[in-house]
Design a protein around this ligand. Structure first.
Ligand SMILES: Nc1ccn([C@@H]2O[C@H](COP(=O)(O)O)[C@@H](O)[C@H]2O)c(=O)n1
Length: 594
């Protein structure tokens, strides 16, 4: 743990079921390798995970079974440990590589910026050599424009103890709208037609492992890849290890194919185990599968040291390994070098992405709309022109906690350096119309809406995963005026604290830690604010100002509406960047100490 991280509290835990083949999975870590310093349930750091994995590998050896470590991408963007150095990732790649990972692939965040693609190509791919798999992502050399696979397309290997033959892939969802030009993503549909893939699915392994930056309910996994593999291999067990959607989720595609994704921001380490007749005899050829039952199990391990001690049967005194401790020290040194605890201001209250409804004063998007937007989208030369400002809610990616707001909190909340663009003197009604279409895309274009939103990635990906409101019993009690506190389990020292309470396609027993649930409210896809516009006297023309990330989306609306507006009408709206604007706002409004 980092020196300033809070200690976790003892909470009731479910054990891990071991099988012949077991996996520890991370995904969407987004640079959070220092852990969640102020959240006890998730306060372990990457060094603790290094120690944990070393012990788990030892335990696997003792049991004579196998353990594979997998990461499904989006390792960058979203935490100071990556974003606050120049160049970005200066410390992260070395810290990351301290963990031995057997199967690793890229996510979309590795492909938004040229330097991030180069970071993969120059650091992560060589750090993990043949374990890095890029089944549908290419690297394009910026100077020569030569295109080559970012890493091998697939990997065939035998596990250490059981000798199970594995064919492993590493896919990225069909992310083609926003990746930068030194990367190239081929659709999963086109990739499965390629000769190498057709050969790979005929390698006749004991198990297929499809690692992918893909949600377990996205069609790239549950349709295209599942069908392609299953059609040729009716009996072979398949393990899909996904990500991207930032939620804990698991489902069985059939009795011999499981799909699991393990949340976001290093809050969760996924555990998947499979047991039964996995390994087949060497002869005859083709080797028939033992069609005996394969059992699967999944757990979402909260990233804290008390859980790690429990699952390894160790204690504070016996848990840390040399390598783990060194990794923790590397993180501490990097955090200090980048001054991530630098005080920026004092947040007067917490603001939540999904725990309070949009419109409530505790909701971060209400805060963005009502407080921030008018002051962070400013262009001195046009300051007197009324403006309609629009931003995607995906721009803010983490809650703000009441109290010290540091360099770290700033990047956690918004790592993006997007600028602002505008269409000058646009008819007010047209600007409103575009905003309305972006907000209610599904109503405007019901046929293409959902897939379109997903592809374009307007909102937070959590929004795409979960759309129904859930009011937690504690909040329901508050709403009805009754008191509620932490739940004490009778006859035990354990408290039940708020945290992840997952209901997935396999039931409600996936979380290792038994938590009290949070409320959940779906955020909108965009928010807007009007500056210099009176409700009773609306101007004929306004500046339509939007975050540069939304350029493609706005163009897409124009196209769908057969509008004559196009890219040539869009101009830079000053030089303010999103992160810089928020920084200045915090300095100005939250300057008091705390
Ligand atoms: N420059 C950027 C890049 C991304 N976003 C937002 O992030 C979303 C994608 O993040 P995931 O973790 O969900 O892959 C994307 O949909 C945008 O909302 C951004 O605002 N600016």
């Amino acid at each position: 743990m980092q020196p300033s991280a809070v200690m976790p509290e003892q909470q009731p835990l479910r054990n891990l079921d071991w099988g012949k083949l077991n996996f520890l999975q991370t995904t969407d870590t987004h640079g959070w390798l220092g852990g969640h310093l102020t959240e006890p349930s998730y306060s372990a750091d990457w060094g603790d995970y290094v120690s944990f994995a070393q012990h788990m590998r030892r335990m696997a050896d003792e049991k004579g079974v196998d353990l594979l470590l997998v990461d499904a991408g989006d390792r960058v963007e979203g935490n100071g440990l990556y974003d606050s150095s120049t160049p970005k990732g200066l410390y992260l790649y070395d810290i990351y590589r301290q963990q031995d990972i057997d199967i690793i692939c890229p996510g979309n965040h590795e492909l938004y910026k040229g330097y991030a693609v180069d970071g993969e190509h120059d650091h992560t791919v060589p750090n993990y050599q043949n374990n890095y798999i890029a089944s549908n992502v290419d690297y394009v050399n910026s100077t020569t424009r030569v295109r080559e696979p970012l890493a091998p397309r697939y990997r065939k290997f035998k596990t250490k103890n059981q000798g199970i033959e594995v064919v492993a892939f590493g896919f990225l969802f069909n992310f083609r709208e926003a990746n930068i030009t030194n990367s190239l993503v081929q659709t999963v549909e086109d990739t499965v037609k390629e000769e190498w893939f057709q050969q790979a699915i005929r390698e006749d392994p004991d198990v297929f492992v499809v690692n992918g930056h893909v949600g377990v309910e996205m069609s790239e996994f549950n349709n295209t890849l599942y069908r392609a593999i299953r059609d040729v291999n009716p009996e072979t067990p398949i393990v899909f290890l996904g990500g991207h959607v930032h939620v804990r989720n698991a489902t069985m595609y059939d009795e011999r194919a499981i799909a699991v994704a393990s949340g976001r921001y290093f809050e969760t380490i996924g555990w998947v185990s499979m047991d039964g007749p996995l390994k087949r005899e060497k002869t005859p050829s083709p080797r028939p599968h033992d069609t005996g039952k394969i059992t699967f199990s999944r757990r979402y391990i909260d990233t804290n040291v008390l859980g790690f001690y429990h699952h390894t049967g160790l204690t504070k005194e016996t848990f840390d390994t040399e390598r783990g401790k060194n990794t923790t020290a590397m993180i501490t040194a990097a955090r200090e070098a980048m001054d991530l605890e630098e005080f920026f201001g004092c947040a007067p209250q917490s603001y939540w992405m999904t725990r309070y409804p949009y419109g409530d004063k505790n909701n971060i998007y209400t805060f963005l709309e009502q407080e921030l937007l008018a002051e962070i989208a400013v262009f001195k030369e046009r300051v007197d022109v009324p403006r309609l400002v629009l931003i995607n809610t995906g721009a803010l990616r983490f809650d703000i906690f009441e109290g010290r707001f540091t360099r770290d909190s700033m990047v956690n909340m918004c790592p993006f350096t997007n600028g602002w663009v505008y269409i000058p003197d646009m008819p007010y009604a047209d600007a409103k119309h575009v905003a309305d279409v972006l907000l209610h895309w599904e109503d405007w274009f019901p046929d293409q809406s959902r897939q379109y939103l997903m592809l374009l990635g307007i909102p937070t990906c959590e929004l795409n995963a979960r759309r129904e409101t859930f009011i937690a019993p504690r909040d329901a009690m508050k709403l009805s005026g009754r008191a509620a506190g932490q739940v004490q389990l009778s006859g035990s020292d354990y408290k039940i604290l708020p945290g992840h309470t997952t209901v997935d396609g396999m039931g409600s027993d996936g979380d290792d830690t038994i938590h009290e649930t949070y409320s959940y409210y779906t955020p909108p896809s965009v928010v807007t604010t009007e500056v210099g516009i009176q409700e009773r006297e609306t101007p004929e023309k306004v500046d339509f100002v939007f975050i540069s990330f939304m350029k493609k989306h706005v163009l897409s609306v124009f196209k769908n509406l057969n509008s004559t507006y196009g890219e040539d009408d869009m101009k830079d709206y000053g030089e303010y960047k999103l992160d810089g604007g928020i920084y200045d706002w915090v300095r100005m409004h939250w300057s008091q100490d705390c």
